[in-house]
Ligand binder design. Structure first.
Ligand code: HEC
Length: 107
């Protein structure tokens, strides 16, 4: 027998999934930008110019196919320190990040 609060928890859990169907809106774009600068910057450098991880600079990223970048961000690169982010980012968010990387990541 399921308690009433358990249903509420299930409903709350479903909401972000529904919201993630659309491309990120303005507030989400800001938090995604911060997320990348902090979490990815940890390895790729605060300015994304490289550190433990390769530089994510526009000149390099432009040469990479969009689907390659999306796959690397979602699934990581096995055998390297590059982790997959599918537990934290939706495919739509990853697409947004990959597109921004190829045109110069926003501040
Ligand atoms: C724990 C360290 C670490 C974190 C955190 C990290 N990366 Fe990486 N990443 C790496 C390493 C190391 C490589 C290079 C792997 C190799 O040797 O090819 C890499 C490679 C990449 C590449 C391929 C670069 C190229 O030139 O093809 C992309 C794109 C990338 N990371 C994006 C991201 C994004 C976006 C995030 C945040 C969501 C992120 N990384 C977070 C370590 C990290």
């Amino acid at each position: 027998m399921m308690h009433r609060w358990a249903w509420a928890v299930c409903l709350l859990g479903a909401l972000p999934v529904l919201a993630a169907e659309a491309p990120p809106g303005a507030p989400e774009r800001q938090s995604l930008t911060r997320f990348v600068r902090q979490e990815c910057g940890f390895c790729h450098g605060l300015r994304l110019t490289g550190g433990l991880g390769a530089p994510l600079t526009v000149d390099r990223m432009r040469e990479r196919p969009l689907d390659y970048l999306q796959s690397v961000i979602l699934h990581g690169i096995p055998g390297t320190a590059m982790p997959g982010w599918s537990a934290f980012l939706t495919p739509q968010q990853v697409q947004w990040i990959a597109e921004r990387l190829r045109e110069g990541f926003p501040e």
